[in-house]
Design a protein around this ligand. Structure first.
Ligand code: BTN
Length: 262
């Protein structure tokens, strides 16, 4: 039965096979990011830490977005220390490193399918969003980051609004069979540990590995940002995690914004 996830077994594996030093599992939470932001205020909390939940009732996305996670989906948030040299206000760039770890873990279970990273915080499977990442800085512990990951694994999107069904996908719907969510989670976390370590060592994003998987590179895109709307051909991202757009005024780099057309 695809939706059966053996949570005690998963928690045991996360404790013994990954870099996480504190593991908290809930049957239901409003939002794992909200709980992680609360936990992050505790100076004695062993880090890195993870908050996992079987059901999330009020998952949050970027801005005003809502994140739906039905049974069979993975929803969790990590609490990590700020990598040396990364300014506090640039912590959301960690979403890009996390996206690469998700991409690699999903790619390994769906060989032959296109799994891409989309700046700044999504992973796409065969052209549809399969994962959203929300990285936030806890206001009372600004040297820590909460990295929230929602991944559509064995869940159905049948009851989602039409607009979401058009843009999103779950692994089971796309490949026609359930995948081992525990195995996927552990491999994702192992990959995330190396991504975060490399990010800290390199002082930025490992572009050589990120760029080949960029969904937007080479496409005509439109970005909405505090500077207004910008259209042009996407030239990938730079190692500071900024999106590059070739415009009639040359290549412009954007540290924030939303891709509104691609
Ligand atoms: C987005 O697509 O805008 C980001 C979605 C992030 C969703 C995840 S699910 C786990 C964690 N808890 C939340 O409330 N949000 C993130």
């Amino acid at each position: 039965m695809p939706f059966d996830i053996d949570w005690p077994a998963i928690v045991a594996r996360v404790r013994t096979e990954t870099f996480l030093r504190h593991v908290e599992r809930h049957e239901e939470l409003a939002s794992t990011n909200d709980r992680a932001l609360e936990l992050a205020a505790d100076g004695d909390l062993p880090l890195p830490a993870i908050v996992l939940t079987e059901r999330q009732t009020a998952g949050r996305g970027r801005g005003v977005n809502v994140w739906r996670s039905g049974p069979g989906a993975l929803a969790f948030s990590l609490i990590v220390e700020r990598p040396d040299g990364l300014p506090r206000e640039r912590m959301p760039v960690l979403s890009l490193a996390a996206g690469l770890a998700v991409r690699d873990a999903v790619g390994a279970v769906v060989p032959g399918h296109a799994v891409k990273v989309k700046w700044p915080n999504d992973v796409y499977l065969d052209g549809r969003k399969v994962c959203g990442i929300l990285t936030e800085v806890p206001p009372r512990s600004p040297d820590r980051a909460v990295i929230g990951i929602g991944l559509n694994v064995n869940n159905t999107l049948d009851d989602a609004p039409e607009e979401i069904r058009r843009r999103a996908v779950s692994i089971i719907e796309r490949v026609g069979r359930a995948v081992d969510a525990g195995e996927l989670l552990v491999s994702l976390l192992v990959g995330l540990e190396s991504e975060l370590a490399e990010f800290a060592e390199e002082g930025g994003l490992p572009l050589v590995r990120w760029s080949p998987h960029c969904l937007l590179s080479g496409r005509q895109i439109r970005l909405g940002s505090p500077a207004g709307k910008t259209a042009g051909r996407c030239a990938g991202v730079n190692d500071a995690g900024a999106l590059l757009i070739e415009t009639s005024n040359g290549v412009q780099a954007f540290r924030s914004g939303e891709v509104i057309a691609f």
